[in-house]
Design a protein around this ligand. Sequence first.
Ligand code: PMP
Length: 366
Amino acid sequence: MSIFLVDEYKDMEPYVPGEQPKDKPYIKLNANETSMPPSPKVFEAISKSEIWNMSYYSDPHCHEFRRAVAEIYHVKEEEVFVGNGADEVLSFVLMSFFRRGMKIYFPDITYGFYRTYAKTYGLDMEEIPVKDDFSIDINDYMELDGDIIFANPNNPTGLTIPTADIERLVKRNPNRMVIVDEAYADYSGETCLPLAVKYPNLVVVRTFSKSRNMAGAHIGFAVSSRDIIEDMNKIKFSFNPFNLNSVTMAAGIAAVKDVDYLHNCVTRIVKNRENFQKELESIGFHVIPSKANFVFCYHDAIDSGILCEKLKEEGILTRHFADEKLTKYLRITIGTEQEMDVVLIAIREILDEVRQKQSVKEKKAC
Ligand code: PMP
């Protein structure tokens, strides 16, 4: 640590992204990305002329991109903010509407970055415990004295809060901001997007990193009232006007317009998720019924941390969390049919090995 780091950042706990080991090829199922490519339209969009365009600054208003997003989601350009991933968009929301000491509430089991943001921006965070089955009871949030952020579907559980519940919360608390992070909403089929332009205290955040297979491009957007988006742009222009580069925007415009490709990819992942979940259950796993592109599960016969390590030895990356409430579980991203077949074979082999060791132990004990 240098002598220049400001005091309030000294015990900051930065977010730890999923590992990216390069020692051998891995089936990467630890960050809810996908090995499926972006839309073929994206390949066409990144042409030589786009490379020539790099000579000039990108459009800081992101007009063409915002218009394209607006058209697809049936809102107005003025109701769309675009940024460098959902993470940056969320950061702009917090930068714009929160100041040090302000209250923010979120579930105690959710996307780890919310805790990091709260610390970065010096917010007074309060984590509301989820129920024993990891579900979120909206009634726990109805009478609070601060703003709220939810991931819906939630990460790492994959569980959802019904849209009608969120609408009830937003309606009941017109002076509190509700931020709904819909990073995985394409897989659940439920969205608050239409509500975001109806209620001035609701912000919905989306990403291209999951269902559009573009985590490396890192594109996110928010939909909200015209005033909220204007405020966010004011802050953006005071911080980093060119937050999206021209190549990324060209890719984003092509991707967002290819609705058929998005639907095909989502349908495929949802089918793989349902099959994988069934297969896991048939070999004794406990699986939380996920509406996202991952499953959160455990098996009584093996510690999830050990299973994660053993899968890594087999060339498969999954995500195990050290947090006390999560450590029993393993989060496995849903990939292609072939990837999930390989994962199931590896899991079966690992479980067989565990059982064999167990029966040798029992025989010795006799
Ligand atoms: N929100 C949630 C709930 C997530 O799980 C993630 C991905 N880890 C993000 C946001 C980040 O999305 P992006 O890649 O667009 O920054």
